[in-house]
Write a protein that binds this ligand. Sequence first.
Ligand SMILES: [Cu+2]
Length: 113
Amino acid sequence: MRKTLLITAILATTPVHAQQTAADHAAHHPAPAAAATAKSALSDGEVRKVDLDAKKITLRHGPIPNLDMPPMTMVFQVRDPALLKQVKAGDKVRFSAEKIGGAYTVTGIEAAK
Ligand SMILES: [Cu+2]
């Protein structure tokens, strides 16, 4: 059981091909001007949980204007798992989020200190 979990974790840290494919895809579909503007708008949040294996983060966040979302606590996908290594549970953060493929996805995050 433990061994299986460990192998899963190792596999999850090497999605090089998947990342390149995603980047190529984005390049073929440039974001509209409105989305580009929203990208730079950071929202406030606090990290509740980081799940590296699943590439997810639980954030208690303030309003997210570009997603038309009120303050709440929710789980986000993370576009690049490396982002998760910059923060930990309890951190106050500023982040950007977009809806990508129907999933709310954190595209950038930084500690708010
Ligand atoms: Cu939300």
